[in-house]
Design a protein around this ligand. Structure first.
Ligand SMILES: Nc1ncnc2c1ncn2[C@@H]1O[C@H](COP(=O)(O)OP(=O)(O)O)[C@@H](O)[C@H]1O
Ligand SMILES: Nc1ccn([C@@H]2O[C@H](COP(=O)(O)OP(=O)(O)O)[C@@H](O)[C@H]2O)c(=O)n1
Length: 207
């Protein structure tokens, strides 16, 4: 079974995708980390995230980079949103994501374009959302716990900027697939959000 989980920054899609992977015994891929890895290489190599050719050169990053905690920073997320708008970056990362999705037994992937581009034939598709203020609060708490001194207002502004960039790009914009089930986690605890996600997957599989 392939499960596609999409949604904007800090909506809870990663938390839900990991829980679904545990529940169904499937491997999980956080596709945002791939774009964060490209962004990290671009910045560390002194390249320009707005230049497509620089970003394409950074797509052959080594897998060990995916474990680097710096990838989780606000700056990496912002730069990831810039590099991910280049069509050649998206196509450079496409095959790796499709291969993961199509492995025997299935997989859970979370990102922005899983249900629309990477796995349009997924057995179940969720689109996770929450209000910008709640998403910023969650992300701010998470970053503060990790030792960051970034302010709530800055996180909210970054989330709004990223929403705008991710939704308006011409290639694979953040948009809900026509056959995805929406799941608004604004007022849900993690436990309840996961229960609802499992119920939505059960309702879709085998349809
Ligand atoms: N329903 C929820 N209620 C409260 N906090 C949540 C909820 N879902 C996720 N979180 C927390 O919000 C933060 C962002 O969640 P995450 O799953 O990483 O979002 P995304 O993958 O969409 O960026 C994490 O710290 C996570 O523990
Ligand atoms: N499938 C994906 C996943 C992420 N991305 C980009 O990568 C950035 C970081 O994604 P992420 O999922 O790690 O970000 P969060 O939602 O965790 O904050 C996003 O803002 C998108 O621009 C994408 O374009 N397509």
């Amino acid at each position: 079974m392939i499960i596609a989980v999409d949604g904007p920054a800090a909506s809870g899609k990663g938390t839900i995708a990991r829980a679904l992977a545990r529940h169904y015994g499937l491997p999980h891929l956080d596709t945002g980390l791939l774009y964060r890895a490209v962004a990290t290489r671009v910045l560390r190599d002194g390249m320009d995230p707005t230049r497509e050719a620089d970003c394409v050169a950074a797509c052959d990053f080594s897998d060990t980079l995916l474990d680097d905690p710096w990838l989780r920073t606000d700056e990496a997320g912002q730069t990831a949103s810039i590099v991910s708008a280049h069509p050649l970056v998206r196509s450079a990362l496409l095959r790796r994501q499709r291969k993961f999705a199509q492995q025997p037994g299935g997989a859970v992937l979370d990102g922005r374009d899983i249900g629309t581009v990477i796995a349009p034939d997924a057995d179940a598709k969720l689109f996770v959302k929450a209000t910008p203020a709640i998403r910023a609060r969650r992300r701010h708490t998470e970053l503060a716990k990790a030792g960051s001194s970034v302010t709530y207002d800055r996180v909210l502004a970054d989330i709004r900027a990223r929403d705008e960039r991710d939704s308006s790009r011409s290639t694979a914009p953040l948009v809900m697939a026509a056959d995805a089930a929406p799941l608004d986690t604004s007022t849900l605890s993690i436990e309840v959000a996961v229960e609802r996600a499992i119920a939505l997957v059960e309702a879709q599989r085998g349809k």
